[in-house]
Design a binder for this molecule. Sequence first.
Ligand code: IMP
Ligand code: MG
Length: 424
Amino acid sequence: MPAKVVVGVQWGDEGKGKIIDILSSRADVVVRSQGGNNAGHTVESGGEIYKLRLIPSGILYKNTYCAIGCGVVLDPGSILKEISELKQRKVSFDRFFIDPRVHVVMPWHLLLDDAAEKFRGKYNIGTTKRGIGPCYMDKSERSGIRMFDLINPEIFRSKAKIVGNFKNNLLAKVYGEKPLDIERIICEYIEYGKQLKPFVKDVSVKVYEEYCKGKEILFEGAQGTLLDLDVGTYPFVTSSNPISGGVCTGTGIGPTMIDEVIGVAKAYSTRVGQGPFPTEIFGQTSEFIRKKGDEFGTNTGRARRVGWFDSVIARHAVRTNGLTSLAINKLDTLSGIEKLKVCSSYQTKDGKIIYDFPCSFEELEDLTPIYEELPGFDEDIGQCRNYSDLPEACRKYISRLENLCKCRINMIGVGPARSQNIER
Ligand code: IMP
Ligand code: MG
């Protein structure tokens, strides 16, 4: 049985939730391996809408194991709220695990996220302010608090005291913020630890066991390739590795276990937060897409920036993730636009054409996207279930994307519902 990875091709919000949901219904284990509650997946299932933050989409299936791997950062208050909301909707947590190596997002991380953003001034990243960056900083710096600590009150207390006092100094003396009541935080978090303890289990061991039994494993990516700490638009990125390689370090499995890597992209582009966006558009068409595609953050409600499909970025994603196929979402959103544009390459100031995504935002600011224009379509494609049902202009668009991306497109999304999907 194969192990599949689903990753975002662009800046997140590509509709991975829906693809993951379709694939989850066939998987035995669904695993998250990076990020935290900065992510937000909207899943429509059984006519109901679920907005998931940290819990893998597989949770909606009774027989699927769901796991949060060691590369994730977890805000205990936030996940407990998510669990209780889902339980109220009769979702079972009998097969849900959190790795003991998972790092815990502490209240000082949230404050430091906010303070650092203010400090950055015009170079602010536009983070989700969920404490993600500061939590990963502590992990790399080796002073983080992990799930193992959280569920062992004595260990937690002694570590949290030392770290908490240090953070209070940082908050007060560097950022001029009010110090936190560390004792109160310790008591609150020990309580969280008690509630989360039943879920804590070695995810690397569990996933490997299931894999060896021939079960189907699905690794659910959060964010997207261009938000990757290493290959994304640094520094306007998140602090983890959303590319497929992050699955190995973030779960504790080896690369030889992965058979398929599916990249999810939208038929156009969006981005939230700051940073370069070569094919960004403004005005009427962008507002049309934002409104029709409901391009507002699942989690934060922020209006997303909108642009044309960028095949330079898609090729970057094909290479850095080793994509075996692409899923193109929200093709239906483009219905009603007369002419569709697709970026094939970039032109530098001195007229050079480049096909590979550059490493710095300074370079990106000086580039002009080169567009191809394709005929648009007016039809409502929400009912199409076979590739041949699509209007000719849609098929031309998809086939051109395939050629430009140098990757097979196996899925096409034509609406938000799980059933509104074409598989080839
Ligand atoms: P952070 O992950 O909160 O540190 O934010 C860093 C950057 O990643 C910001 O530009 C965020 O808007 C972006 N980001 C983080 N998570 C997501 C996501 O799930 N979807 C889209 N953008 C995200
Ligand atoms: Mg999202």
